[in-house]
Design a protein around this ligand. Structure first.
Ligand code: BES
Ligand code: ZN
Length: 646
């Protein structure tokens, strides 16, 4: 063994004969629970992809089921108990199980058949800052199950523990997980790779005042008694494992959809997301049945580091989209769309992220168009594409193709680029327009069916699209045009343009104001939705004069806005324009909101000047205790990048 051993705790030795590990090709893909069709033969035949962000060896042995028995402790900020893994051995000679872990305190590991257990040897390798620790379990024989007794640390990268003060109700503590991309390993020892899918069940005990939910069969009528049982009968990859606990109540939206939130947020959120049932129907209309039973939304406290997370059956969502006017509900369309693109057909590795996020962004926009019309869908497209154009720099050329080469992506948390989302969706729109909408819809629907409950690589997508789209629609898309999207940086010349009449009006109004100071009348801006405001600010020069920025704020009261999409654009403009009057509101915004995408542009703008940097560090020092590790990491990197001040 080439491991430098840091921890060995074993009370009894089992047979020390470790079989020679030889890899076998043709990893058998297992299918999900109530799946409609068995996996197709050609998908099974494709050689297994290596996941550079996991130590697991799924071609040797694969976890098929996880059983958790954990106690949730808000005081210690830990989950502790056991994880039992069912193993499917692929290699007759192998007796070693390699798992992913990060900062887990492992007590004992036993091997057995479910009724008798024997303690086995294990080694936890030194921790890699991104990948965590390789956990090698030496079984001695091919046991059907292993049981790991462990506890998490309070700083587990995939969990956030909130004090009552950090919640809306201020009375009950809160905790939630964020496993994507590779943080499940910080709260469960497992094969933390999209190449492995497993079913799970869980028994969680907690203080009575907390309602516990998981990415599983949450019961809207569950009694809040501190003892919860969950079952997830569909096979999921580890990044979709999720848990949350707090003072949570349920509000139904339809008979299969609803909202979980703190009591003061529940009614507001249910009203904001009232169209969820129609979204589900619209998506089913396009791509076939929703296969996950219920679709509920959990609204988290503002420290949730993302906009949304597509945890199966229970989307996690930031409260920053609850604006009162449904203007940011594309987030729900997005997370719901992942029930097809991502959760059903999953990217094989993080470098294939566009298969999840690009396809989802495309589906999201189709759902928005179906519910709210083409004008809204087009505005959302234009906003994202303008962002994409400014993202491309010579420094990130290697991340600009949709198919990222192995070794380029160091930290998978850093692959939430506009390329993955927007260029990915743009590629889909390009294909749609070339072959025709009805044809493309049929293709995507068949694609979701074909690869249902499997993880696929970009190469597998290409092979499937070549056979089922390019070849069946001769003369519509050349292979060179198709490949340019996947393998070339930048936006291909074949990209279809999208225009928006409503944005043309915004552009004209902005131009008139910049040229002659004529403020767009309130009668006009009253009709604006979030999208128009966003576009209005996005199109401003990088700095305004003190007189201009003061006039704008006086006219529209943008400082102090409660809309995060507006705030994340307005505050950087005020900073670049030297508008110090916005500082108190900026401090509030940065201490109240933890969603990384919303706060980062403001931190970045502040970090551009010594005085701004000083202010940013001050605000961050106060905000830090309430922030999620993911956001803390990004802010720290931005503020530390800069030379230390005199
Ligand atoms: N799955 C992502 C979030 C994610 C991606 C977390 C990669 C960790 C690693 C989720 O579906 C998502 O895309 N969220 C977006 C919202 C969306 C409307 C674009 C977000 O959080 O901003
Ligand atoms: Zn997404």
């Amino acid at each position: 063994m080439d491991l430098r051993c840091r921890v060995i705790r074993a009370t009894s030795l089992v047979l020390a004969v470790v079989g020679l590990l030889s890899t076998v090709g043709g990893c058998r893909q297992s299918s999900g629970g109530p799946e409609l069709k068995p996996p197709p033969a050609d998908a099974r035949a494709v050689a297994p992809t290596r996941d550079e962000h996991s130590y697991a060896q799924p071609d040797v042995v694969a976890v098929t089921h996880l059983a958790l028995d954990l106690s949730l402790d808000f005081v210690q900020k830990t989950l502790s108990g056991t994880a039992t893994l069912d193993l499917d051995w692929k290699n007759a000679a192998a007796t070693t199980l390699v798992l992913d872990s990060r900062q887990l305190l492992i007590d004992t590991i036993e091997a057995g058949d479910g009724s008798t257990w024997a303690t086995v040897l294990f080694e936890v390798a030194p921790s890699d800052p991104i990948l965590g620790s390789k956990l090698t379990v030496t079984l001695g024989r091919q046991a059907p199950k292993v049981r790991l007794r462990y506890r998490t640390v309070p700083e587990a990268s995939g969990l956030q523990w909130l004090t009552p003060a950090m919640t809306l109700g201020k009375k009950t503590p809160f905790m939630f997980s964020q496993s994507q991309q590779i943080h499940a390993r910080s709260w469960v020892p497992l094969q933390d790779t999209t190449l492995v899918r497993f079913t799970y069940d869980a028994h969680i005990t907690s203080p009575r005042q907390a309602m516990v939910l998981m990415s599983a069969d949450n019961d809207p009528a569950a009694a809040r008694d501190g003892d919860y049982i969950f079952r997830m009968p569909q096979r999921i990859p580890s990044y979709l494992l999720a848990i949350a606990a707090g003072d949570l109540v349920f509000r139904p939206i339809t008979d299969r959809a609803g909202v979980w939130a703190e009591p003061d947020m529940a009614a507001k959120a249910a009203a904001e997301f009232a169209d969820t049932g129609r979204m589900m129907e619209a998506t089913e209309q396009l791509y076939g049945p929703y296969r996950w039973d219920r679709y509920d939304i959990l609204v988290l406290p503002p420290s949730f580091p993302y906009g949304g997370m597509e945890n199966p059956r229970l989307t996690f969502a930031t409260p920053t989209v609850v604006t009162g006017d449904k203007s940011l509900v594309s987030l729900i369309a997005h997370e719901l769309a992942h029930s097809w693109s991502g959760n059903l057909v999953t990217f094989a590795t993080a470098k294939d992220a566009w298969l999840n996020e690009g396809t989802t962004n495309y589906v999201e926009n189709r759902v928005i168009e179906a519910l709210y019309g083409k004008a809204r869908a087009d505005m959302e497209k234009v906003i994202l594409r303008n962002e994409l154009k400014v993202e491309f720099t010579p420094a990130n050329v290697a991340l600009q193709p949709l198919a990222v080469k192995p070794g380029v992506l160091k930290d998978p948390d850093e692959n939430l680029t506009s390329t993955v989302y927007t260029k990915g969706a743009w590629f889909m729109q390009f294909l749609e327009e070339r072959v025709g909408r009805a044809e493309f819809d049929a293709f995507l629907k068949a694609y979701f069916d074909h690869f249902a409950f499997q993880s696929i690589s970009t190469d597998q997508f290409v092979e499937y699209a070549q056979a089922n789209l390019l070849a069946t629609h001769p003369g519509k898309v050349s292979r060179a045009e198709f490949d340019a999207w996947l393998y070339q940086p930048g936006v291909p010349s074949t990209a279809p343009e999208t225009t928006s009449a409503r944005f043309d009006a915004v552009d004209a109004g902005r131009k008139a104001w910049l040229e002659s100071g004529t403020i767009i009348p309130a009668a006009v801006t009253k009709q604006w939705t979030t999208q128009e405001w966003v576009h209005f600010i996005d199109g401003m020069p990088s700095t305004l004069t003190p007189a201009q920025i003061t006039a704008l704020d006086a006219a529209y009261k943008l400082t102090g806005t409660r809309n995060g999409e507006i705030a994340q654009r307005w505050y950087p403009l005020t900073i670049r324009s030297g508008y110090a009057a916005a500082r108190p509101a900026i401090a509030d915004f940065l201490s109240q909101i933890g969603r990384r995408k919303l706060v980062m542009p403001t931190y970045r703008a502040l970090a551009e000047t010594p005085d701004g940097l000083r202010f940013a560090r001050e605000v961050f020092a106060k905000a830090r205790p309430g922030l999620h590790p993911i956001t803390i990491g990004s802010v720290e990197a931005t503020l530390a990048d800069k030379p230390t001040l005199p």
